[in-house]
Design a protein around this ligand. Structure first.
Ligand code: FA5
Length: 347
């Protein structure tokens, strides 16, 4: 068999093998065996030196032709096998888009946080600053600077948890009044602040009382501040919280740190004042305590009570949330039952 015949036979044999190859590994094996350094074509080309000068170019170009033909065929088969492999993988890894997806649970802000932030927004809109106080507070600020000296009988209304004789869990947000007043520079303008936060009392827990709850303190001090300013401010707050036709009424009350002191009621947002279960048939809902800042409190904070006056108020967002959403038990806010919390998705 001549060299050409041998090459021709090799070509046919290899083309058949290429056609028969069913995967890329087998195909590569054929390529290495046929066209590789130790393959028959390289061997033929290497043996050319023994051929006559006449035969050499003929055999050479024939061997090259065959090598190119085989390389081309290998490449074509490779493409086919690659496409087959990809189709196979796609078929195997098919995603069933009709399967129901996994629900990612979306959290919500706690309903009390929502109420507090809503009220903060209202006050910021009226030019107030939002101030933070301390939950662990000194007797000095919680009581004494609020005009409640040691052994004052009104301390009984707000017994608390003591850390030492002088350090306690604050019973109201009012100590933030004293802390803010003593720092305020009136040459830069009046003082207008609200301060939300947790407070603590030795109250027995029931449907409307919790030993830990929230308050929002409000304080305005300037020259010539009057009860009229207090009433107007609280009216705006209540109308924004409970509806534009809400009215408020002030009843005389007592707090050691305000004089005069008032309890503030809002006309019932459910029945509009006719009487219903929300307002206990009275048409009014008691909502907060307030008053004109007592001159002693101003003076203890270094403010001239003959020049400045102010009003203060303290309200309970827990009770406001209860009213607005018809929550019957204040303790629901603190049980962390996700079924309860998820009912208040906010905006
Ligand atoms: C005070 O705490 C005064 N510091 C409020 C104040 C501030 C008056 C500034 C004048 C000037 P009182 O004890 O009434 O007041 O509490 C205020 C509000 O806190 C109540 O109206 C109520 O909404 C809420 N509150 C009181 N005790 C509890 C309790 N145990 N659980 C839930 N909310 C309570």
């Amino acid at each position: 068999m001549s060299l050409q015949e041998k090459l021709e036979a090799l070509k046919h044999e290899t083309l058949a093998k290429i056609e028969a190859a069913t995967d890329l590994v087998a195909l590569n094996q054929i390529r290495v065996e046929t066209l590789g350094k130790k393959g028959p074509i390289t061997e033929v080309l290497r043996g050319m030196k023994d051929l006559s000068a006449e035969e050499r170019p003929k055999v050479g170009s024939f061997a090259n032709e065959i090598r190119d033909a085989l390389a081309e065929s290998l490449e074509a088969r490779k493409e086919v096998l690659e496409i087959n492999a990809m189709n196979e993988a796609l078929a195997k890894e098919r995603i069933d888009v009709t399967l129901s997806g996994k629900q990612m649970p979306i959290g919500t802000r706690h309903v009390l946080t929502q109420i507090i932030e809503e009220m903060e927004d209202i006050f910021v809109g009226m030019g107030y600053q939002v101030v933070e106080g301390y939950e662990v507070e000194r007797d000095h600020y919680n009581f004494q600077r609020m005009n409640l000296p040691k052994d004052h009988p009104a301390r009984d209304m707000q017994d608390t948890f003591y850390i030492t004789d002088e350090i306690l869990l604050r019973t109201h947000t009012s100590p933030v009044q004293a802390r803010t007043m003593e720092k305020h520079d009136f040459s830069k303008g009046p003082l207008r602040m609200v301060s939300p936060g947790k407070v603590f009392r030795r109250d027995t827990d029931d449907a409307t009382h919790s030993h830990q709850f929230h308050q929002i303190e409000g304080l305005v001090i300037d020259e010539k501040v009057t009860m009229g300013d207090l009433k107007g401010t609280l009216e705006v707050l209540m109308q924004q919280m409970f509806g534009a036709d809400r009215e408020i009424r002030l009843r005389p009350s007592y707090f050691p740190f305000t004089e005069p002191s008032v309890e503030v009621d809002v006309s019932c947002f459910k029945c509009g004042g006719q009487g219903c279960n929300v307002c206990k048939q009275t048409g009014w809902i008691e909502i907060l305590g307030a008053g004109m800042v007592h001159p002693n409190v101003l003076e203890m904070s270094g403010i001239d009570a003959t020049k400045y006056s102010g009003f203060a108020f303290g309200l309970g967002p827990d009770r406001i949330a209860m009213l607005r959403y018809g929550v019957n038990d204040i303790r629901d806010f603190y049980h962390n039952d996700i079924r309860f919390i998820h009912q208040f998705k906010g905006e």
